[in-house]
Write a new protein. Structure first.
Length: 103
């Protein structure tokens, strides 16, 4: 399912492809959320057995009912990088977004 990712000011950031079953989430609640649990392993200098730490990242896409674009969503929580880390999700930036990232 391909959606248009917009900013809160209704600027087209790009297109985001999400799994088809997200369509039902958008119909029911107008939003889709996902959590990424990334277990990070780190070693302390004095210990042979490293402990584990879990980092939870939360991403929420919300339907932009106010947008001029059909099928528009915006990121309420999270970043584009976190969104792309979700299995089955990909992001294709618009040219305007790419130009805005240049120094």
């Amino acid at each position: 399912m391909r959606l248009k990712l917009v900013s809160p000011k209704d600027t087209l950031i790009g297109h985001v492809d999400v799994p088809d079953h997200w369509r039902e989430w958008f119909k029911r609640s107008g939003a889709a959320s996902a959590e990424l649990c990334n277990p990070l392993q780190y070693r302390e200098a004095a210990k042979a057995t490293p402990p584990f730490q879990t980092v939870i990242e939360h991403v929420t896409l919300v339907k932009a009912e106010w947008s001029q674009y059909e099928d528009a969503v915006y990121l309420l929580h999270g970043t584009v990088e976190q969104l792309e880390a979700i299995p089955g999700v990909s992001f294709a930036p618009s040219m305007a977004y790419l130009r805005s990232q240049l120094p």
